[in-house]
Design a protein around this ligand. Structure first.
Ligand code: AMP
Ligand code: ZN
Length: 198
């Protein structure tokens, strides 16, 4: 079976060695250019390649590789991360945000995406980028917390299911438009971008 375009899942592999690209987020947690805020449990950074006008990542200080490593003991932490995300949203009160996790992340260290739904960014280039935030490949924070509460762990999404989401035809997240390609999609979504800039 063909792999989707995202790089392979670090959770299936031995932990990345120091200096490996997949550990870039851990370095960025210490980068004053990217760090937005922190508390005793989490660090908030700006995504280095933002896929929208506002795109943050919330990372725990504890070394949790990703969603597949979560257990019951992390329920409080996930609730805290979601509260931090909700608080970040209030800084941009006219914007709508999505708060969640990629089913199969590229980067190591658990990270919660907090992303504005304009998706208006030069870094959003590919169909995989688009579908990774607008299909069920993007699992809401609430969804992950519910699954953890019910099952005590997060079930890995199969490669077939991931591929189905990441390769599905382009569709606008706000209306029924089905753009033929990324340039068309990027032009179309501008029509939904709010003019209420803070
Ligand atoms: P994921 O696919 O959920 O692992 O997403 C990883 C996110 O990290 C993407 O949105 C990338 O743009 C972002 N990213 C990649 N490398 C870095 C880095 N060194 N510092 C900050 N953000 C990064
Ligand atoms: Zn639309």
């Amino acid at each position: 079976m063909k792999k989707h375009k995202l790089k392979s899942n670090p959770s299936n592999e031995p932990p990345a060695k120091k200096g490996h690209w997949a550990l870039g987020l851990v370095d960025s947690m210490k980068d004053p250019e990217l760090k937005v805020q922190e508390d005793d449990r989490v660090v908030v950074i700006k995504d280095k390649f933002p896929k929208a006008e506002f795109h943050y990542l919330i990372l725990p200080k504890d070394e949790i590789p990703g969603i597949l490593s979560l257990g019951k003991q992390h329920e409080d932490l996930l609730e805290h991360m979601e509260n931090v995300a909700e608080n970040l949203k209030t800084k941009h009160c006219h914007r709508e945000f999505k708060i969640g996790y990629h089913a199969v992340p590229n980067m190591q260290r658990l990270h919660l995406h907090v992303i504005s739904t304009d998706f208006n960014s030069p870094c959003l280039k590919t169909k995989v980028h688009w579908n990774s935030f607008t299909s069920p490949f993007f699992k809401s924070s609430q969804n992950i917390r519910d699954e953890l509460q019910e099952n005590g762990k997060i079930k890995k999404m199969s490669c077939e299911e991931c591929d189905g989401y990441l390769k599905r035809p382009l569709k606008c997240h706000k209306c029924s438009t089905t753009p033929k390609n990324m340039p068309e999609l990027k032009r179309h979504i501008l029509s939904h971008v709010t003019k209420n800039k803070e």
